[in-house]
Design a protein around this ligand. Structure first.
Ligand SMILES: [Zn+2]
Length: 372
């Protein structure tokens, strides 16, 4: 998710961790208890030993290819590993084998939505909700997606290279053109730097401010968000430079997600987006100098959503400093570093894999941000 710092010349962005959108744990417990087959695979999944779980489900499916619950288990492991394409095909198989498998339908809806297929998402959750009429969370998700879909249906669509841009009417034509130019330029430059490119067309939606808040439920200061789609509020008095920065910031999130879909600490994700969004970073030292409190990076690993606007600004500045140091120390290995962090390696271990001493990174960060 992203925030504008129009008044201070800054843009803030927070990132929605896709995994939190699903309350998978309780579902898994229920299904694995009902399902006597492959207990080791379910147990591995619950212990979050994802590679092991994925391989055990694969083995078991060779014996029982028509077991819908096993396809659901395989999908859950794949999803947690960030392999949403594989999760999607396993879920399609599960609901083909068992059309009344509500958990699989609900998850199919979520994965399809995250991959930008709102049509399949809505159809799947409609079926799940019909099977579980008392599930309020499902109903709410369905209502939200339907509202969003109605708004998007009224928008114009502009195909633009690696992107599909949706925007309202002719008044935003010039903004749409500008966004398309920035996206294509930064796609190459950020993609090259992080050595990763989104494998599919990225949907970019330009909202009026009111619709942006309504659809993303973002804090009032937010102007951008990435949640599988890039969403940007363009209706306010966003200056062209700020618009370019918001667009670039969200695009960095899309590219980080393609390199490392899961397990990237928020400070690293936001740090890269904030560091790469613009070459003007004069606000960073200024913000840190004025900050009443600087918090450790570990406290910024799981989202910035609990922070107020002032704390969030400091968090973005701290993260940007960390990203700058990492980019300098790792050079062309920053993409490889990101990739292994996404595979579950800790930041410190990943640094060692590229012969960078974690202590040196942390000491320089503490000095630069004034952490005592
Ligand atoms: Zn961000």
């Amino acid at each position: 998710m992203a925030v504008a710092r129009a008044t201070k010349g800054i843009l803030l962005v927070a990132f929605l961790a896709a995994f939190s959108a699903l309350s998978i744990a309780t579902t898994l417990t229920r299904i694995s208890r009902q399902h006597a087959v492959a207990p080791e695979a379910w147990a591995a999944l619950e212990r979050k030993e994802l590679d092991l779980a994925a391989s055990l489900f694969r083995q078991e499916l060779q014996q029982r290819p028509r077991d819908a619950a096993l396809h659901f288990g395989a999908a859950t492991a794949a999803y947690a590993l960030g392999q949403t394409g594989s999760a999607l095909s396993s879920l399609k198989k599960a609901v083909e084998l068992d059309p009344e498998f509500a958990d699989a339908l609900a998850m199919l809806g979520q994965v399809a939505y995250e991959r930008g297929d709102s049509g399949l998402a809505i159809r799947s959750v409609e079926k799940a909700s019909a099977l579980r009429p008392r599930d309020g969370a499902l109903k709410e998700r369905l209502d939200h997606w339907r509202r969003e879909s109605t708004v998007h249906d009224s928008y114009l669509e502009k195909p633009a290279g690696h992107f599909r841009i949706l925007y309202e009417g002719s008044t935003q034509q010039s903004i749409g053109d500008r966004v398309a130019r920035v996206l294509e330029r930064e796609y190459s430059s950020v993609g090259r730097m992080l050595n990763s490119y989104p494998s599919e067309t990225v949907t970019v939606i330009l909202y009026t401010n009111r619709e942006f808040q309504d659809i993303t439920r973002s804090p009032s200061w937010a102007t951008g968000k990435y949640d599988g789609r890039i969403r940007i509020a363009v209706g306010g008095a966003l200056r062209p430079d700020d618009l370019d920065r918001v667009v670039t910031h969200e695009l960095v999130h899309a590219i980080v997600a393609s390199a490392a879909p899961r397990r990237v600490p928020t400070w690293l994700n936001e740090g890269l987006a904030t560091y790469l969004e613009s070459s003007d970073r004069s606000w960073v030292p200024e913000t840190l100098r004025r900050a009443r409190a600087v918090v450790p990076l570990d406290d910024l690993a799981n989202g910035f959503s609990g922070l107020d606007e002032e704390q969030a600004l400091v968090a973005y500045a701290e993260s940007a400093v960390a990203a700058e140091i990492l980019c300098t120390k790792l050079g062309r290995h920053i993409g490889g570093f990101l990739h292994i962090v996404g595979n579950g390696t800790s930041v410190d271990e990943a640094l060692l894999a590229f012969q960078v001493q974690p202590d040196a990174f942390h000491a320089e960060w503490r000095r630069r941000v004034g952490f005592r």
